[in-house]
Ligand binder design. Structure first.
Ligand SMILES: C[S@@+](CC[C@H](N)C(=O)[O-])C[C@H]1O[C@@H](n2cnc3c(N)ncnc32)[C@H](O)[C@@H]1O
Length: 366
């Protein structure tokens, strides 16, 4: 897939209308979204979608006549939601736990189980906080990804709840808010790690990749980088694990990240030392912007589903954004077939290290 094709939005039909979708955006052909969109029953006048993705559930809420708000973290999904809904919903880039207290009659939440327990707990707290007394929370998820446990937690936070649908491993439940929302705990987590003899302090929000410890693959990549990498681009930079150790060594640092909690974490960890952009791959860069060195530990999960399209777009963007003579350092799980992708683009591709992961170096000569 070309980079242009990756960034292009497509119109797709959904019951009662259409939505804009694109590769790398969460919530397309995801059965939990489809089931919740089918099961939802309107309640009151206003609704909040706390995990909209491309907006299948948001669309169902609007179709049922509710004044709808959506809070989304992913830049790719925000692009789709903006194109699909325009001004017809209130769309916010934000954190699912930073909701306006007692502001809505209904909250819909596809449980973001792939983002870890703490992220789901805080999302449920955000839902409890946003609901007016007597309001309803609809949740959907898989019994294989903690649905029962999250349903129990939701009942502790809100009150009475009922399972309304089972389909295979999927479950949908509705709860009524009977209790005042509890205080929200501080979301930030701090940790320290040793990187090549340096002690580095990090803080991160829930749901970020490898929050709380340096990923083994990222540590391998850091060991392979040159002392003076020049102008560096970090694609899918997370909380800043790869960029932070390059402060003082790189001439400049630019980090691109699709996920808003990760962007906030990276900004916290890098301060003025880097430009951190909320970006779906390289979409936030200006057209001619190029770099000497690009580093990446690409994702291979989108909303819990294994999707290589985004990783392929990372490779394409790395090629497009390197100046002649530039180098792309990539770390990946050993089973992922990056070599043919890199070889199709770059003049030379070398394996620098193989252990828990593999580190590849692709050189752009032309
Ligand atoms: C494997 S993690 C690596 C994070 C960080 N570089 C590290 O080494 O800890 C991949 C990162 O890519 C981000 N990501 C996923 N899709 C993206 C996209 N379309 N554009 C930019 N970043 C994306 C994820 O949010 C995640 O932070």
């Amino acid at each position: 897939m070309t980079l242009e094709a990756y960034h292009t939005l497509h119109k797709t039909p959904v019951p009662g209308g259409h939505l804009y979708v694109k590769p790398g955006a969460r919530g397309l052909a995801d059965p939990a979204y489809e089931l919740l969109a089918r099961c939802l029953e309107p309640w009151g006048e206003t609704a909040l979608d706390l995990n909209p993705g491309i907006g299948l559930v948001t669309h169902a809420l609007r179709q049922s006549g509710l004044v709808t708000q959506a809070i989304e973290t992913s830049r790719a999904a925000l692009r789709c939601l903006t194109a699909s809904f325009g001004d017809s919903i209130r769309l916010t880039r934000g954190l699912p736990w930073e909701t306006e207290p007692a502001s809505t009659d209904l909250v819909a939440l596809v449980l973001p189980a792939n983002r870890g327990t703490r992220y789901v707990e805080l999302s449920l707290l955000g839902a409890a906080q946003a609901l007016r007394s007597g309001g309803r929370l609809w949740i959907a998820g898989s019994k294989d990804k903690g649905f029962e446990r999250y349903f129990r937690l939701a009942q502790e936070l809100l009150g009475y709840g009922q399972l309304v649908r089972r389909e295979g491993a999927l479950r949908v439940a509705v709860l009524e808010k009977e209790k005042p929302a509890p205080e929200r705990p501080a979301p930030w987590q701090s940790f320290t790690c040793e990187v090549q003899g340096q002690t580095l302090h990090f803080a991160c929000l829930p749901g970020v990749f490898s929050g709380g410890h340096l990923d083994q693959g990222s540590a391998m990549l850091l060991r392979a980088l040159p002392d003076q990498p020049g102008h560096v681009l970090d694609i899918g930079g997370g909380y800043g694990a790869l960029s932070r150790p390059l402060v003082g060594r790189a001439r400049s640092l630019t980090l691109l990240e699709d996920d808003w909690p990760s962007v906030l974490s990276a900004r916290h960890n890098l301060g003025q030392e880097a430009t951190v952009l909320h970006s779906d791959v390289d979409e936030a860069l200006t057209p001619g912007q190029t770099f000497n060195t690009i580093v990446s530990n690409p994702p291979f999960h989108v909303g819990g589903l294994v999707v290589l399209e985004t990783a392929i777009a990372f490779v394409e963007a790395a090629y497009a954004r390197l100046e002649r003579g530039g180098k792309f350092y990539l770390v990946a799980n050993r089973f992922l077939p990056y070599e043919p992708l890199l070889e199709a683009r770059f003049a030379t591709v070398r394996t620098l290290a193989v252990d828990s992961h593999k580190v590849l170096l692709a050189h752009k000569l032309d």
